[in-house]
Design a protein around this ligand. Structure first.
Ligand code: PAF
Length: 300
């Protein structure tokens, strides 16, 4: 398959390296315009701590116009700009896959004729130095169509699922990815702002001192989700959130990492997305509002 990866972050390089291993794939990387120095190859350290190199092939207009798949591995607040910058070069049949935290980032989704998918990953990856990524945790991928007006092309979809699943197992094709997105959103609404505000590892959320705040945030998320026809059971959801905190106990959440490096955060697409929906449904979500205010204050 002809594949373009957008973004040279930890997840972008993880996919770039894994997909390039298969000689049936022609993979190229579209890097941010602000990158001035490009190495001839990328470095990748695998789960067994072995470091390998992969030649760096940059995506040009030909790669974009002939791509079967374009995989966006950029932050939620970068999606719109990334999409706008290439939309005139891409084919109406190219499949677009979005891999990011949060929701509401693909804002002109309804106007797109290309099949669009969300890819939710729990694989851990981090950047060691620019263009050197390390796979830090084996995870799982969920993929699902997000433009509801289109029907998936079964054969093409199967090919994409196989290609991605061989590159980075395991992968499930979901016919209700919205439910998976909301579960991930609920997890992120709790773990990301609290760890960023208190500057703690994810595992600290298991401490009793966070129980009330976690419960209040989840109750608000559940009320808003119901307006979108997503039903959560409070106890089940709380158990799932705490399980992620336990499984990633030693991890620094992406939002905490963004705050520590004084980068923009994805707060507007996580708790901010809850606030936006709450407003349109006239629901009060004071705890989520507080998270947004506190995180914004830390990065302004
Ligand atoms: O954004 C993150 O850091 C991750 O989605 C998660 C699950 C909170 C683990 O750190």
């Amino acid at each position: 398959m002809n594949i373009v990866i957008v973004g040279q972050g930890a997840i972008g390089l993880l996919w770039y390296h894994q997909l390039s291993k298969n000689s049936n794939n022609r993979v190229s990387l579209l890097c941010s315009a602000r990158i001035t120095s490009l190495p001839p190859e990328i470095l990748f350290t695998d789960l067994e701590n072995r470091t390998k190199t992969t030649p760096l092939t940059l995506a040009n207009n030909t790669a974009l116009s002939t791509a079967d798949v374009i995989l966006f591995c950029v932050k939620s607040y970068q999606i719109s700009a990334a999409l706008t910058s290439i939309i005139n070069h891409i084919n109406a049949k190219t499949t677009l896959i979005f891999c990011h935290n949060g929701m509401g980032a693909v804002n002109y989704l309804a106007a797109l004729s290309q099949p669009c998918y969300a890819l939710l990953t729990t694989h851990g990856s981090k950047i060691i130095t620019p263009f050197h990524a390390q796979h830090t945790g084996l995870g799982h991928n969920d993929l699902g169509l997000i433009n509801s007006s289109l029907n998936a092309e079964v054969e093409l979809e199967e090919q994409i699922v196989n290609t991605l699943a061989i590159a980075l197992p395991s992968l499930t094709l979901s016919d209700n990815i919205k439910a998976n997105q909301w579960l991930k959103l609920a997890v992120n609404c709790v773990i990301n702002p609290i760890t960023a505000i208190d500057n703690v590892n994810n595992g600290q959320l298991l401490s009793e001192k966070y129980t009330t705040l976690i419960e209040q945030l989840l109750k608000e998320v559940i009320a808003v989700a119901a307006c979108e026809d997503i039903r959560f059971d409070f106890n089940e959801l709380k158990t799932k959130v705490l399980l992620v905190a336990r499984k990633t106990a030693e991890n620094c959440s992406s939002m905490r990492s963004d705050v520590l490096h004084q980068r923009p955060t994805e707060i507007d697409y996580i708790n901010g997305y809850i606030i936006k929906l709450a407003e349109s449904n006239k629901i009060s979500v004071p705890k989520n509002e507080k998270m947004v205010q506190q995180v914004r204050k830390m990065t302004n």
